[in-house]
Design a protein around this ligand. Structure first.
Ligand code: ATP
Ligand code: MG
Length: 127
């Protein structure tokens, strides 16, 4: 569908206004992905980028969307200050992402140190 593609336009604006250079790679125009999966992924990308704007003090944010045969992989990476990355540091935003992803058999990985990388994997074939 076009939902994630439309979300990318919004994300570009959000980052631009915050003076964070956006770099968007891959293809957010998804093909044959269940609407529920696309909606969940869109929500996750929006929350991840909102976190970059609110918390990271980054100057650069890269968002990549790669559709493989059976799964969708999305990464949101910033060059900001990072955080502990511990589960105990997670608030409602990250918890909500995990819960919704679980619902569509997806996963969320958070790596943080010098900058933060959020990686989302979701199967695009519902079983
Ligand atoms: P909410 O999303 O519920 O409005 P929140 O953004 O504080 O609140 P989370 O999205 O769960 O909650 O994020 C938890 C914490 O992780 C943040 O408060 C922040 O300290 C840290 N964090 C998350 N993303 C980043 C990031 N990209 N750079 C630096 N710190 C981050
Ligand atoms: Mg948040």
């Amino acid at each position: 569908g076009t939902k994630l593609d439309e979300e990318m336009t919004h994300i570009r604006e959000l980052l631009h206004v915050a003076q964070i250079k956006p770099e968007i790679t891959g293809n957010p125009l998804l093909e044959n992905v269940p609407l529920l999966v696309e909606n969940v992924v869109s929500m996750c990308v929006k929350e991840a980028v909102t976190n970059v704007v609110k918390h990271s003090s980054a100057t650069h944010c890269k968002v990549d969307v790669t559709q493989l045969t059976k799964e969708l992989k999305v990464t949101v990476k910033d060059n900001g200050k990072g955080f502990s990355g511990d589960r105990s540091a997670e608030g409602n935003g990250l918890r909500g992402m995990r819960e919704r992803l679980e619902f569509v058999n997806g996963t969320l990985d958070v790596e943080s140190g010098l900058g933060t990388v959020i990686t989302i994997h979701v199967p695009t074939i519902l079983r």
